[in-house]
Design a protein around this ligand. Structure first.
Ligand SMILES: C[S@@+](CC[C@H](N)C(=O)[O-])C[C@H]1O[C@@H](n2cnc3c(N)ncnc32)[C@H](O)[C@@H]1O
Length: 281
């Protein structure tokens, strides 16, 4: 792509038509993203460890009543939740398609002797196994998938759980997805950053498809030396609370309960998300 392609872009792209997601699964991008997961400077790719510790404590004590079980972590990233849950006695399987994150998670588990297995695979294609006491899909990632793909993943999670097993979701609120879609455009420049190891100018554009209730973010990354443009796009589906409840129920779950956050109580610093628990019928 070049700069003229940006000028001539479609004003309102069809959701997901220009890309599924930012390139988590690209080897070099995933190495750069791993640093973002692990930094304690922000809560962007993964939360800071202090917050993850609080989430893990709530999951262990409130959701699992302190009873060790087999846990499936969908989109586990570098295993920051799975490794902590394993230290509390759970046996964890994490699935993620980021090569650097999975390599890091495996190395950490091996070094600490944790009962964690990490699978490098796309959630839409992976075999999840079965007999889990809990499956988790957190940090708003479910909204990034097309609704059909979310259903597929939740149905696979349902089938992977033992009867009575618990699903833990942490989706985006409707309001935050809409606000993202309406947040307008911005630009940034970096001598080396997440999108490239070479100097680049990045342009972020957000659009809100009010009819489909989808926010699409486009990133145009302009190489500072060649002016070559690379586009990444990500769409996020907004769901009302009733739609979340219907989706989870449709995928075979019951006892659907909403919680203000993954700490179980309101958390001002994580207002973009809330938590849902449900049980396999
Ligand atoms: C925001 S990060 C959260 C990581 C982890 N759950 C955490 O909270 O630390 C989202 C994760 O989902 C993964 N992911 C996104 N789409 C995926 C897909 N189709 N298949 C597997 N993993 C995916 C990314 O690679 C990334 O590690």
């Amino acid at each position: 792509m070049n700069l003229l392609d940006i000028v001539n872009r479609t004003a309102m792209p069809e959701p997901w038509s220009e890309g599924d997601n930012i390139p988590w699964n690209d080897p070099e991008f995933s190495e750069r993203m791993l640093k973002e997961h692990l930094t304690q400077d922000h809560d962007a790719a993964s939360r800071r460890f202090e917050k993850i510790d609080r989430h893990v404590a709530w999951i262990h004590q409130h959701v699992l009543s302190g009873q060790p079980t087999n846990i499936l972590d969908l989109g586990c990233g570098p295993g920051l939740y799975a490794s902590r849950l394993a230290k509390l006695g759970h046996v964890c399987t994490g699935i993620d398609y980021s090569p650097a994150s999975i390599a890091y998670a495996r190395a950490q588990a091996q070094q600490a002797g944790l009962r964690c297995t990490y699978v490098h695979q796309d959630l839409r294609l992976a075999e999840y196994g079965n007999g889990y006491g809990m499956a988790m899909f957190i940090f708003g990632e479910m909204n990034v998938f097309k609704p059909d793909h979310v259903k597929l993943i939740l149905q696979k999670a349902h089938d992977a759980l033992a009867p009575g097993g618990t699903l833990v979701l942490e989706p985006h609120t409707y309001a935050v997805v809409e606000a993202q879609g309406k947040s307008g455009n911005s630009w940034f420049a970096d001598p080396a950053g997440l999108f490239s190891a070479c100097p680049y100018v990045g342009m972020e554009e957000n659009v809100w498809d009010a009819e489909r209730r989808v926010a699409t973010t486009r990133y145009y990354i302009v190489d500072a030396q060649t002016a070559e443009v690379t586009r990444y796009a990500q769409s996020i589906q907004a769901y009302t609370d009733d739609e979340y409840r219907a989706l989870v129920t449709e995928c075979g779950f019951e006892a659907v309960a909403f919680h203000p956050s993954l700490c179980g109580e309101p958390d001002e610093s994580q207002r973009s998300f809330f938590a849902i628990t449900a049980r396999r019928t």
